[in-house]
Design a binder for this molecule. Structure first.
Ligand code: ZN
Length: 290
């Protein structure tokens, strides 16, 4: 058990969680979720994985604060200045935490050997793909909402109002691609640092990782949109005459089921799409990189 690494993860994620709580980016339960996922990913995945998690968290938090007053009037999601809760933090980092634990259990090898181990490569690629997906999704939501055109539903192209589940814009899709590529670039740079630290050499043969993360993250975020447009549970607030993802609307009224599966909420959709993006990255990466 990597006790020192786990403790370092606990301290670091608690510090970041506390800062995010102070800045109103996380709720109390969101801090718990960030500490659980951060400790497991740092502790079992190591520095490269932990730094990628921080790259996701810091970039998406900064983007959500950027032009927040412009966003507030656009969609209910932004109305109260979103504070991520336990469900959201586990949806974003939960699959990554499971992969980190799997890497510890299945690949009990020192750092320099791990780099060439196929099982480790599969798990690491899945992790980077999962983080690319949740980062793509967050960047698309935060930047796409500012697009001047109304979104279209990904399934049938029908124009929908801003904030509708499954609605996409060109700007949001480009933001998703950029968010996914950003994780790929960060992962590549952190791997180079780790490779130099352990072997003294760069690992430039990992360069295709950037493209793999970009493609898998974009695809994962499109899976998120398709699920949002089709089977995600969507509710109707009779008081506001509005569609919502919430059982209790932001106005306080209880909502009625409108379409989709009631149990499949937004957090589960995010989790499932992170698994899809992760598995795609692992599959693509093993074909290209090994
Ligand atoms: Zn309402």
């Amino acid at each position: 058990m990597p006790i020192a690494q786990l403790l370092a993860g606990l301290v670091l994620s608690a510090a970041i969680g506390w800062l995010a709580y102070r800045r109103n980016s996380l709720s109390r339960s969101g801090v718990a979720g960030a500490v659980i996922t951060g400790t497991l990913i740092f502790g079992f995945g190591g520095w490269t994985w932990g730094l990628v998690l921080i790259a996701f968290f810091v970039s998406s938090t900064l983007l959500s604060h950027w032009r927040s007053s412009d966003k507030a009037g656009l969609a209910e999601k932004f109305a109260k200045g979103e504070r991520r809760d336990l469900g959201q933090t586990l949806a974003n980092g939960g699959f990554g935490a499971l992969l980190a634990v799997a890497a510890f259990l299945l690949v009990d090898l020192p750092g320099e050997v791990r780099l060439g181990n196929p099982t480790y490569a599969f798990l690491a690629l899945a992790y980077f793909g999962a983080m690319a997906t949740v980062n793509a999704d967050t960047w698309a939501t935060e930047l796409g909402v500012l697009a001047s055109h109304a979104p279209r539903l990904i399934t049938n192209g029908r124009r929908v109002t801003v904030g509708t589940s499954g609605g996409i814009t060109t700007a949001g899709t480009l933001a998703a691609l950029a968010g996914a590529a950003f994780i790929g670039i960060c992962a590549f740079l952190f791997i180079q640092a780790a490779a130099v630290a352990t072997t003294g050499n760069l690992l430039l043969s990992d360069l295709p990782l950037i493209g793999v993360a970009a493609v898998a993250g974009l695809a994962g975020s499109l899976v998120d949109s398709v699920l949002g447009a089709t089977v995600q549970g969507i509710y109707w607030c009779a008081a506001c005459q509005k569609e919502t993802e919430r059982r209790i609307h932001t106005c306080g009224a209880a909502t009625e089921p409108l379409r989709g599966w009631g149990w499949l909420n937004n957090d589960l959709v995010n989790f499932v799409s992170s698994v899809a993006g992760g598995l795609l990255a692992a599959g693509l990466g093993l074909v290209i990189l090994l």
